[in-house]
Design a protein around this ligand. Structure first.
Ligand code: SF4
Length: 88
C-alpha cells in the first residue's frame, strides 16, 4: 500500500472548497481555509497524521485512497494541493 503525503499550501488556498466534494477528509478549517481531518469521513474509518501549521497542512496516510486525494488536488482551481507518494 502506498504511503503518501497531502500538502495544502495555505497561501494558495482560496477557500473555494472544491476539494471537499472529491475527498471527504478535506474539511473547512477554523481559518476558513481547507484542512484535513482523517476522522471526517462518514463512511470509512481512516487513520493519518496531520500537521497543520500557519503556512501548510501536511497529512500522511497509509491506505488505498491516494486517488481520492489526487482528485481533490485536480479539482482545486488554485493548485493549492500536492499529493506525493513517499514510499511503502
Ligand atoms: S479546492 Fe483548493 S482553494 Fe479550494 S478550499 Fe480546497 S485547497 Fe483551498
Amino acid at each position: 500500500m502506498p504511503r503518501y503525503e497531502i500538502t495544502i499550501e495555505k497561501d494558495a488556498c482560496d477557500g473555494i472548497f472544491a476539494c471537499l466534494t472529491r475527498d471527504p477528509r478535506f474539511v473547512e478549517g477554523e481559518d476558513d481555509l481547507a484542512t484535513i481531518d482523517p476522522g471526517a469521513d462518514p463512511v470509512y474509518d481512516c487513520e493519518g497524521e496531520v500537521a497543520d501549521t500557519e503556512r501548510q497542512v501536511v497529512a500522511t496516510f497509509d491506505d488505498d485512497r491516494i486517488d481520492e486525494a489526487r482528485q481533490a488536488a485536480a479539482a482545486c482551481p488554485t493548485d493549492a494541493i500536492v499529493v506525493e507518494e513517499v514510499g511503502e
